[in-house]
Design a protein around this ligand. Structure first.
Ligand code: ATP
Length: 350
């Protein structure tokens, strides 16, 4: 991916996506622009929307835009189970070598769950493992799906996790695995993580078997800080972690490579509520805050996090998934109103 800019504003590919995507992405764009940062959005269709319109879920125009901008804000894309093309998300991550999927998970005051003070980060390798998509039928009734783990990708994601921990002042990294059963593949992943950990003396390194880690996450989530996982365990564990803090509607995400990044909430297209104005926009809005950090606007990103935190804490404007009755638009308006208040009080004190 190449980065391009014109007229001073950074160009960002905008993929509204399928299902609830267009609703939550519109919310994220409105909130981002309220901070005063106005990227040049290059809007592109993808997924089922593109398939229906141009017969291709990954149109050339989308790939061209991503190559040019190197950065995207993206809604969820629908991939039909067991049909035609493979997951477009997997395709984009592999095509642009976005090897690190990062999902910060922390408790919000005002969002009621049985868990308190959760503050962890899921870092998931996202180019290989069972997602390599190598499957074949040996004979009718017998299929094989190949799990691919390489030292190169394992070292690269471990380094990403430790560098992130160092940069963000995190205390420890836990590699999560099933090396007691998958001795070669998960064994290699662990070996690489151990080697990389040796270069980060100030960050503690731990290991846990994935099933035990899942139980610990729901009995003692404070026992985790940065979680380092292969692709499939990362997918499953990050949804579990979202459940600790209020569900899929509040957890943002980002896919990083060495030359680009795509920012997207962890939730899918939620077809049951699509087009009804019921989707929680917070996950997409917080993914927008991660985009602003990446674009070099940490102050604005912080303001968005503070505004969403305030709206959730006040409890007056919550979408249905959080126990409220607010619409997507009402929740977005509440975040924007909170941003306006902080902007005017900052101006009063200037
Ligand atoms: P996909 O096949 O695209 O992954 P899905 O319906 O299987 O879609 P998700 O969209 O991730 O899976 O979510 C599962 C359910 O969680 C949804 O059907 C919806 O009820 C709820 N949900 C997900 N995201 C949100 C959101 N942003 N706001 C409110 N509810 C949500």
């Amino acid at each position: 991916m190449k980065k391009a800019s014109a007229d001073g504003a950074r160009m960002v590919t905008l993929i509204p996506g399928d299902g609830i995507g267009p609703e939550v992405i519109a919310a994220a764009v409105a909130v981002i622009e309220q901070t005063g940062v106005k990227p040049r959005w290059d809007t592109q269709i993808a997924g089922m929307t593109a398939f229906k319109r141009v017969g291709n879920p990954v149109p050339d125009a989308l790939l061209r835009s991503l190559r040019q901008t190197g950065v995207a804000l993206k809604g969820p894309l629908e991939t039909r189970v067991g049909e035609g093309y493979r997951s477009i998300n997997v395709y984009l991550r592999k095509t642009f070598n976005l090897y690190a999927n990062l999902r910060p998970v922390h408790s919000f005051q005002g969002v009621h769950t049985p868990f308190r003070n959760v503050d962890l980060v899921v870092i998931r390798e996202s180019t290989e493992d069972l997602y390599a998509g190598i499957e074949h039928e040996i004979t009718p009734g017998v299929v094989e799906s190949i799990k691919v783990i390489t030292a190169r990708a394992s070292r690269r994601i471990a380094r990403f996790a430790f560098e992130y921990a160092r940069r963000e002042g995190r205390q420890f990294v836990t590699a999560i695995h099933k090396a007691n059963i998958m001795k070669l593949s998960d064994g290699l992943f662990l070996k690489c993580a151990r080697e990389v950990s040796a270069g980060f003396a100030e960050i503690r390194y731990e290991e846990q078997i994935v099933d035990a880690a899942c139980m610990r996450l729901v009995t003692d989530p404070q026992a985790f800080d940065v979680l380092l996982l292969e692709n499939l365990y990362g997918d499953i564990v990050s949804d579990l972690c979202a459940g600790l803090v209020g569900g899929l509607g509040v957890v943002p995400g980002a896919n990083y490579g060495d030359k680009g990044a795509i920012f997207e909430a962890i939730h899918g297209t939620a077809p049951d509520i699509a087009g009804k104005g019921l989707a929680n926009p917070i996950a997409a809005i917080l993914s927008g805050a991660m985009l602003l950090d990446y674009l070099g606007h940490p102050r604005e990103a912080k303001r968005i996090r503070a505004a969403t935190g305030e709206v959730l804490q006040s409890g007056g404007t919550l979408t249905r998934d959080l126990g409220g009755i607010a619409t997507t638009q009402q929740m977005t308006d509440a975040v924007i109103a909170s941003l306006r208040t902080t902007a005017s009080s900052a101006a009063d004190h200037a």
